[in-house]
Ligand binder design. Sequence first.
Ligand code: DX5
Ligand code: ZN
Length: 222
Amino acid sequence: MTTEEIVIAPSILACDFGRLSDEIQAVTDAGADWIHVDVMDGHFVPNITIGPRIVEAARDATQLPLDVHLMIEQPERYIESFVKSGATTVGVHAEACPHLHRTIAQIREAGARASVTINPGTPASAIEPVLGDVDQVLVMTVNPGFGGQRFIPGTLAKVETLRGWIQDRGLAVALEVDGGITEDTIASAARAGANAFVAGTAIFGAPDYREAIAALRQAASS
Ligand code: DX5
Ligand code: ZN
């Protein structure tokens, strides 16, 4: 995999929210490719985070694509609102969507890239039927809800499976991993076939954002 294909997406969940705009500008200047935005509702996951108004603030802070990860029940109720707020990509969990195909179409009709996400306990086969309908797949490498958790290596078998399907079918689908991505874990995810990497703690918890992003990129391409 060449360096150009690697996407590093800092998750603002780990940033200083009191200085949100400055933090987003700082990682933008430090070489981030996308900004990852974690939306949690206290139902689908135990934690509560942010809504469309904060996505709007993030949109004002950077020109980079906003990768909005919805960890909410009934995401179809909020898709248009997040796209209007500036989301480039809207990701929904397969586990939260009984009508997954329809919800993916709704994201694209609203004008955003469509991403479909699976939890560690969900098989790759759950999203195999919609692989040709999405722009991105996100394999969670922790159980969603909180930053700073430990990477689950067993999830990488699904990354391998999905990369195989994407390649065999000649699809232009980004394959992203999220959760516990660090300098130590990113290489194994890249080897399994991931090309987009969300990192919260490993970037916003580092003293130098530029060095942290460069180190992740380097480790992913090694
Ligand atoms: C977890 C979120 C992640 C989280 C990753 O539910 O989806 O995006 O911010 O944080 P780290 O990189 O600290 O595991
Ligand atoms: Zn996320």
